[in-house]
Design a protein around this ligand. Structure first.
Ligand SMILES: Cc1cc2nc3c(=O)[nH]c(=O)nc-3n(C[C@H](O)[C@H](O)[C@H](O)COP(=O)(O)OP(=O)(O)OC[C@H]3O[C@@H](n4cnc5c(N)ncnc54)[C@H](O)[C@@H]3O)c2cc1C
Length: 524
């Protein structure tokens, strides 16, 4: 039953912008502590039963399709010039589209600058917190999300794609591979059923066995009666008073009407492209370069993980599309071992795209006999995705493109990316490692797929010890504006090899504790 809280526009509220991994978690944690919250969510409130189990229909239903532009030498800029990122515009954010892999960061990945040393062209920095600081929140996040392999929860069964992957891993000499950790239930847990292994996952999970803030945190926050959730409400400006404190959020409803919600605290969790865009659009006479941007770091150090896929074709059917899409991970290469020719590490994870998506992403623009053969081999194909640490670079950044407007007449974000030499070296190595896994179990052919629109978007408002190095402190609190928080993946100082969502959720749980304490003691 949806209990609707109504918070007056003039009441100075805690306002959270975005309801995905970061924002949705923060909303639940704060309301569970008895704090009323307004959540502004740009997208609609879709439910499990609304999802369409067809790839492109689902994508068009869920994805953030407002225009964006790209620049830089990355191939996405050529292949998908108006779609730099694959993220969601709906209640629950990208956790409704996500897959479920939930590895933790390793201790050294919080200390990238100290561990890797100086890397030319990379803007590396140590996080202002350690694995030890985050460990208790990782525990809580894993319990909330229901990660398999953790806290006594059973593993998901192996599907065919995993069996091929694991067989290759074993023969290649890898030792650390499993079907998780993965935030989809192998058995009923936390009010959600076990996976029915229907293979639909990126399309939205009708069955509700996959964790998302849409299935867990948002309904629970609603039950407290303290959540005022406003779907189809897009924040366009954060305003401030003469002391430089955030005092309201201006937002547009579905009909384009402007509203102003007074705020005592503002938490921005719009994912790593919209979060810096909003701060940049909130420039004022006092903050001419954008809110919280005295360091000039808002929008910079955009990271999207080293990505790429490897597919192997076999003589006999694999039917990779059956079962949980990404429940399979090889962790051996996630260590830092510079003898491989690069710093940082990467995971190999099973992946399966349907024929429609595979045709679009396999080698964008390709056509002809070879392309037809790959599609023809679909049922005999196994797939893996490579996810590794990419280097933060100052010039990889989100800026406002004032020559292109969205439907509301606002400047669209431009995403500029050039691969760093370390990213390229790691990708080449990882492609070869992935091909070897498939060859070890008799692949008759393999091929490499380039990175597609970024699903992991990180680092554009990074955490730093010193205000001049970043945008927020160790709690996600803006160095410049004491009642402004960043609560999503934008906070990441560096990207690590691990998929980011578990860390985003852990940081949001930790931030909620800090914020509640600060509110109780007058610290904010
Ligand atoms: C296909 C796919 C598979 C993935 N698989 C994995 C995986 O296996 N493991 C993993 O760790 N990660 C995975 N991810 C990534 C994961 O979904 C994201 O890292 C995570 O959801 C990001 O959390 P966030 O809070 O930063 O943003 P989101 O979850 O994207 O939430 C941001 C929300 O803010 C809203 N918003 C933005 N701007 C505004 C505004 N101005 N006003 C109001 N609302 C706004 C958006 O509509 C959105 O709902 C996957 C992503 C995709 C697309």
């Amino acid at each position: 039953m949806r209990a609707v809280a109504r918070i007056d526009h003039n009441d100075e509220a805690i306002v959270i912008i975005g309801s995905g991994a970061g924002g949705g978690t923060l909303a639940y944690e704060l309301t569970a502590k008895g704090l009323p919250v307004v959540v502004l969510e740009a997208g609609p409130y879709l439910r499990n039963e609304d999802y369409v189990n067809l790839e492109w229909e689902a994508f068009n239903q869920m994805a953030w399709l407002d225009p964006r532009t790209t620049s830089g030498s990355w191939r996405v800029s050529r292949d998908f010039p108006n779609l730099p990122a694959w993220i969601v515009k709906a209640v629950g954010g990208t956790t409704t589209h996500w897959s479920g892999a939930t590895p933790r960061f390793k201790a050294h990945e919080f200390k990238a600058r100290s561990t890797y040393g100086r890397v030319d062209g990379a803007n590396l920095l140590d996080w202002p917190l350690t694995l030890e600081d985050l460990a208790p929140y990782y525990d809580r996040a894993e319990k909330a999300m229901g990660s398999t392999h953790r806290h006594g929860r059973p593993a998901l069964p192996a599907n065919n794609n995993y069996k091929v992957f694991a067989g290759g891993a074993e023969r290649a000499g890898y030792r650390h591979y499993a079907t998780g950790p993965y935030a989809t239930n192998a058995e009923p847990y936390d009010g959600r059923p076990a996976s029915v292994q229907d293979g639909f996952n990126f399309q939205g999970d009708k069955n509700g066995s996959k964790w998302s803030t849409m299935v867990r945190e948002i309904p629970r926050a609603e039950k407290t009666g303290l959540l005022d959730l406003r779907p189809e409400s897009q924040a366009v400006q954060i305003t401030h008073d003469s002391n430089g404190r955030a005092d309201a959020v201006v937002y547009l409803d579905a009909d384009g009407n402007l509203h102003r919600q007074a705020a005592k605290v503002v938490c921005v969790a719009g994912n790593s492209i919209e979060t810096p865009r909003l701060l940049l659009m909130s420039a004022s006479a006092q903050y001419p370069d954008g809110l919280a941007n005295s360091s000039g770091q808002v929008g910079r150090n955009y990271m999207r993980h080293l990505t790429g896929s490897v597919y192997g074709q076999f003589e006999k059917p694999v039917r990779m599309y059956r079962g949980e899409t990404m429940a399979g991970l090889i962790a051996d290469e996630s260590v830092h071992d510079p003898s491989r020719g690069f710093v940082g590490g990467f995971y190999m994870e099973t992946i399966s795209l349907g024929p429609a998506f595979l045709a679009s992403f396999i080698d964008p623009g390709a056509w002809g006999k070879e392309f037809a053969q790959r599609i023809d081999a679909y049922a005999r194909t196994a797939g893996m995705w490579i996810v590794g640490e990419d280097m933060p670079q100052e010039s990889n950044r989100v800026t406002l493109n004032t020559s292109v407007e969205d439907a509301f007449g606002l400047p669209v974000p431009n995403v500029h990316v050039d691969d760093h030499a370390n990213d390229e070296a790691m990708r080449e190595y990882a492609y070869a490692a992935g091909e070897r896994v498939y060859r070890e179990v008799g692949a008759v052919g393999t091929h490499r797929t380039p990175p597609y629109p970024s699903t992991h978007n990180l680092g554009t408002c990074r955490m730093s010890e010193r205000p001049e190095d970043g945008v927020v402190d160790r709690w996600g609190r803006a160095h410049d504006v004491p009642n402004l928080f960043v609560s999503d993946g934008s906070q990441f100082t560096t990207g690590a090899a691990a998929n980011p969502t578990l860390t985003i959720v852990a940081l949001a749980i930790r931030q909620a504790e800090y914020l509640a304490d600060q509110l109780a003691t007058g610290g904010v």
